[in-house]
Design a protein around this ligand. Sequence first.
Ligand code: ZN
Length: 203
Amino acid sequence: MDVEQIYKDSSALLEGHFLLSSGNHSQFYLQSAKVLEDPKTAKLLAEALAQQIKDSGIEFDAVCSPALGGLIAGFALATAVDKRFIFAERVEKQMTIRRGFEVQKGEKYIVCEDIITTGGSALEAAAQIEAMGGKVVAYAALANRGFCSRVGSDREAKENCKLPLDKPLFALDDFTFEMYAPEDCPLCKEGKSEAYKPGSRGN
Ligand code: ZN
């Protein structure tokens, strides 16, 4: 499965001159929601991710996603593995599990995102599950931005990966792009374009 091609075909992998929320510049940007716009593509990707998880032999009872980004990927994964799905959401900046969702003592969870960047939101969702008595056994995402190390890839986790190293991260592919401080940006040096925030031009 050529995950990168699927992202390109869905206009989920954009090429240009982007201003990231970190303030850095990049030639590429992942607009993850776009790849899930077509339910058939979402199903295809989730089934491939489910297969990776099944092949690992890891046992779990349910999938939990941090809202908003992880919802569709997590639901599609839960459908593919035929497990229960719950989500965590931010309430006044604090990740919370509410809406009547229950976590049983010892219940095993996979925390699923659409894309793992440093894994901050996934880790916060995991902390909530564990505070409620559950156990997080693994993390999953359709795409890994390359800061964390996924099962099946020899890329090592970088310092800014927040996910625990003793839990597997399942993801379909690594999307590792160079990021530049504005003063070092080769695209700025070319002088042909200015960096812009993805989404600010209607995309
Ligand atoms: Zn630039």
